[in-house]
Design a protein around this ligand. Sequence first.
Ligand code: ATP
Ligand code: MG
Length: 577
Amino acid sequence: MSHTPAPASSDNESKESKVVSNFIRHIIDEDIKNNKNDGKVLTRFPPEPNGYLHIGHAKSICLNFGLARDYNGVCNLRFDDTNPEKEDVEYVDSIMEDVRWLGFEWAGEPKYASNYFQQLYDYAVELIKMGKAYVCSLSPEEARQYRGSLTEPGKNSPYREQSVEENLALFERMKQGEFEEGEKVLRAKIDMASPNINMRDPVIYRIRKVEHHQTGNEWCIYPMYDYTHCLSDAIEGITHSLCTLEFEDHRPLYDWVLDQLQTPCHPQQIEFARLNLNYTITSKRKLKQLVDENHVHGWDDPRLPTISGLRRRGYTPASLRDFSDRIGVTKVDGVVDMSTLEFCIREDLEHTAPRAMCVIDPLKVVIESFAEDQVEELSAPRHPKDESMGRRALKMTRVIYIDRSDFEEVPPPKYKRLTIDKEVRLRNSYVIKCHSVIKDDDGNIIELRCTHDPDTLGKKPEGRKVKGVIHWVSESYSVPAEVRLYDRLFSVENPDTAARDHEDEDSHFLDFLNPDSLIVKTDARAEMSLADTQPGDHYQFEREGYFTTDPDSTKDKLVFNRTVGLRDSWAKIGGKN
Ligand code: ATP
Ligand code: MG
């Protein structure tokens, strides 16, 4: 069986489905050759519903669902919900939305580790009966002391040799709620002298007297992640269980649990490097802190690397899948440059986003050669290279707006935009010339007086060169807009390690929030063709960058988010340091 998909028809499709091989695909190819797992591929994406998904999860989603797609297998969505106090259905819902939005569909109903609580409990009883698990009554502090360290072996718990009957009775009483949290735990009986601390009789059940978002108050003992994960994989018949490198040291435990019990199968755990992205953070806990402490406006704040934030920022599913393909899958941890992600969205929107004009910081311009009530119908292509997108109507009038930054009274050398007594072309319209400047009492420029050359519509001016082109909107035929200019959330490459001498080690990343990560422009004006834009629409605002319509938009005031500028501005100004 080959995993190379059939050649796709259009350019975009073929770009997307080009399969780049990696070490995981090599393992699967080999497994299929040897008819392991009957040649089947069943993967899973196993988020814990304790926060919104981020760009790192997108990598894992594209990997797991992508493998299932390419090998004619399936991928399960499984909520790893063993920490009831940190989890919530809000997160469950957002995760499902995000996976679907990325363009993937899981097999059957979404699964929950909590679906298997009874089975996991039965397996635990079996381990006890085999003498492979025991109820330990050491206090958490004592247990820490007994565990040893990286250089010293641990010591056996005094409860390690309790009889099977005693353990069964105590475990049953734990389940009945007879003990307090922390009073007792169930531990696997493995090896307190193991060089791998994960194998030193790890806790597999603990008491938590809290309600669970799926099972309510049915349980007061909850299985630990390591114990739950391998068994859930086995119960579902997963063939390849992909996780990030930090779980490499947990693999012996994964295998130990499955080796002891008569599970339906023994999935193979394979670790790959997690995605780290500079200028941002990809830890759900820290993202939650940013949200909870109002450093950003919610989980879908366009500055966050959450999938919902990226969506609101204007990233497309195709751009995130492309990104995931480009960064690849390896065994080596590294940091991916934010500009790679930005490159991917520019690549996508360059081809797909219609062009429009929006003046973000308007300066009034009166074209004196136009009559008060003169309206001239113009039109412009929606895309310079894709005629199939059609054209849009523009109206030229006596009063227009240009961007404040496109006029200089005292221009620097080689200035190509508008200045006194010089000409500039209005994009998709005429060449104009500025004659005078009107200022307010404080000396601020409030208006420009210009004339137009009527012989320059769609053709070059006679006998002279006009190099500059600027964008504009008509005063009467444009709509008010708020433009949110987003930039990177942090001003340093690695906010986690930028300073190590902070009092609160864990919060020092907050010191590096970029104060200019959001600049709101409330007086912008967009060309009238944008009047009925819908949230999620994408545009290239000519000369400004890529923008998307925000859900906060109303009929009276459109709201646009800057997805990314036209060029990588960080590369020039020392994004690398
Ligand atoms: P976080 O550290 O942000 O809380 P997590 O690993 O605890 O992430 P989970 O919900 O357990 O979050 O992750 C679900 C899946 O996504 C896991 O298989 C995990 O390995 C994978 N994953 C999480 N973060 C990344 C990342 N940065 N790069 C690649 N895969 C990731
Ligand atoms: Mg996790």
